[in-house]
Design a protein around this ligand. Structure first.
Ligand SMILES: Cc1ncc(COP(=O)(O)O)c(C=O)c1O
Length: 387
């Protein structure tokens, strides 16, 4: 269907942070398949795990015990300090799980029409409940009616959330620790801590969507850990298996036992193949201590972009955390994607005016310099042409 505006390039293979066309032309990937291939392309540990697992068992269904799923759940729950996991196949599905869990949490408390507080500018996926939670009228246009049961407030405004404390139907808050599709928007320090306190005071669930920010991307295993808080529900997908489709909804404390036998399910979710890839990802992140490395390297990358660009007329802000960087301009700049492609560099523009960089963790020192130089030059040229 005509759902994608694709760029005119076909990739045949990849290695680390580089993608190759069938003709052997190399492109530097500063997007990682939209925060998915965090360990780079053709990562040997992931490739070996997939090879090994596919020769033994790909799928049996959730009618039977799945050792790889149990092992992956244990490892993620240990990193997150949470108690239960449900596996599915995508980010949208992980959020559907969280939304169903929150509604059930309400019904268990005799709330017939539970409401979830969601944010302006949020992105949670394209299925109907996830789309209803998404704060982007353009993504919703043409697909009404949206699901009921969502209350929208401005992002990074804890008082706006607190204003709903008297509403007896509210059961949960769903929030991205950093809004990704929304333009790499970081909330002020303390925002998540305030949301945690509000959820505790009102017996609401704090549900964090870490689908883009999780698995080391921001310099912690999960971005909410920068704030030292623990959510009740966390959704993951994207980088969890470095490109093999998978999603997960983790739950802790008062959310852990809300979904019961027969409440939810999926055919493919958590199958041996996807979970074997997930285990290889977790093992690799731990072995190389990637979250810590990305915190350091990300700071260096961000500082380099700030020193090259922050004072330029037309640059509103250079911001980010870890390997999640946004460069906001004061004008639409979608054309930069094509201009970067011509320089054999893959970048993204989100919200029309924000260059988004999500490089893989395996980015080498020279590649990092190429990224800084090329993006800075493209932006300088673009701004001087459009002055
Ligand atoms: C924060 C967030 N949530 C949910 C999703 C949806 O994930 P998926 O495309 O796997 O359904 C995305 C995808 O970009 C995302 O960034």
């Amino acid at each position: 269907m005509n759902t994608y505006a694709r760029l005119p390039v076909h990739f045949a293979s990849g290695k680390g942070a580089t993608l190759y066309t069938a003709e052997g032309d190399a492109y530097l990937d500063a997007l990682s398949g939209i925060a998915v291939c965090n360990l780079g392309h053709a990562h040997p540990e992931v490739a070996d795990a997939l090879c090994h697992q596919s020769q033994r068992l790909i799928h049996t269904s959730n009618l039977y015990e799945i050792d790889q799923q149990t092992a992956l759940a244990e490892q993620l729950l240990e990193q997150a300090q949470m108690q239960k996991a449900f596996f599915c196949n995508s980010g949208a599905e992980a959020n559907e799980t969280a939304i169903k869990l929150a509604r059930k949490y309400g019904h268990d408390r005799n709330i017939d029409s539970p409401k979830i507080i969601v944010m302006e500018n949020a992105f949670h996926g394209r299925t109907m409940a996830a789309l209803s939670a998404t704060g982007n009228p353009k993504a919703q246009a043409g697909f009404g009616p949206m699901l009921e049961g969502f209350v929208r407030v401005p992002f990074d405004d804890a008082e706006a959330v607190a204003a709903h404390a008297q509403d007896p139907d509210v059961v949960a808050v769903l929030v991205e620790p950093i809004q990704g599709e929304g333009g790499v928007r970081l909330p002020r320090n303390g925002y998540l801590t305030q949301l945690r306190a509000l959820c505790d005071q009102n017996d609401w669930l704090l549900m964090v969507d870490e689908i883009q920010t999780g698995m080391g991307r921001t310099g912690q295993w999960f971005a909410h850990q920068h704030d030292g808080i623990r959510p009740d529900v966390m959704t993951l997908a994207k980088a969890l298996a470095n490109g093999v489709p998978i999603g997960a909804c983790l739950a802790g404390d008062k959310a852990a036992d809300v979904l019961e036998l027969g409440n939810h399910g999926t055919t493919f979710g958590g199958n041996p193949l996807a979970c074997a890839a997930g285990l290889a990802v977790v093992k690799t992140l731990r072995f190389y201590d990637y979250p810590k490395k990305i915190a350091e390297h990300g700071q260096t990358l961000l500082s380099a972009f700030q020193s090259q660009l922050a004072d330029l007329d037309g640059v509103v802000e250079v911001r980010g955390r870890g390997y999640m960087i946004g460069i906001e301009l004061d004008r639409p700049c979608g054309e930069l994607v094509q201009q970067a492609l011509e320089k054999h560099l893959l970048i993204n523009v989100t919200q029309g005016n924000t260059v988004r960089l999500l490089p893989p963790f395996v980015l080498g020192t020279e590649q990092s310099q190429t990224l800084i130089d090329t993006v800075s030059q493209l932006i300088r040229d673009f701004l001087s042409r459009k002055a």
